[in-house]
Design a protein around this ligand. Structure first.
Ligand SMILES: CC(C)(COP(=O)(O)OP(=O)(O)OC[C@H]1O[C@@H](n2cnc3c(N)ncnc32)[C@H](O)[C@@H]1OP(=O)(O)O)[C@@H](O)C(=O)NCCC(=O)NCCS
Length: 149
């Protein structure tokens, strides 16, 4: 996957990328969450080796997105670009690659979790054609690390 306009190469992450991805998220992502560790990233790559997409420019990791497809819907997480590499089309290239993946898999709609107060993200998602669904809320429950009996 190559986006010549911004000279960014987008590729799927491998297990060896997990440490660099976590380091990028510490610098660039909007927050850390329950899955932000080597085990969490490793599970993602093992479960779906094409889901974690990396943007590289001249070998430097500059951005990420997770493009997950569960057979039903398409979910985007961790759209993040290094602060020094923003407004250069990196997020747009990542979203284009994610949507190509979804199209190949037969996905019909993509969604993203976006913080209500993250105005910067709102601009990028809107530019990509995404719109909020104000009538929905996410309902969550933390799961135990051990299997329930
Ligand atoms: C949001 C983020 C991923 C955007 O990455 P980016 O590579 O700078 O975005 P792009 O350069 O591809 O921008 C695509 C379009 O989004 C809009 N946009 C992006 N950043 C913008 C900004 N700071 N101000 C106004 N519009 C902006 C523009 O329309 C832009 O197109 P243009 O540059 O041709 O005008 C990046 O700012 C980031 O990592 N933020 C912190 C993490 C985060 O909040 N991620 C979103 C999680 S939901």
């Amino acid at each position: 996957m190559d986006d010549a306009d911004v000279n960014v190469v987008v590729r799927a992450a491998t297990a060896g990328d997990a440490g660099a991805v976590l380091a990028l998220w510490r610098k660039a992502a909007e927050g850390v969450s329950v899955t932000d560790d080597l085990d969490g990233v490793g599970r993602l790559i093992a479960r779906d080796p094409q889901a974690l997409l990396l943007a590289e420019r001249q070998g430097e990791l500059v951005g990420t997105v997770i493009a997950g497809f569960d057979g039903w819907r398409c979910h985007l997480y961790r759209l993040a670009v290094l602060p020094a590499r923003r407004r250069q089309g990196v997020a747009a290239a990542l979203l284009a690659a994610a949507e190509r993946r979804f199209a190949q898999l037969g996905g019909r709609r993509a969604d993203a979790m976006v913080l209500t107060g993250n105005a910067l993200a709102h601009r990028a998602w809107r530019a990509g054609g995404y719109r909020p669904q104000e009538e929905w809320q996410r309902w969550v429950k933390p799961l135990p690390r051990q299997l329930p009996r």
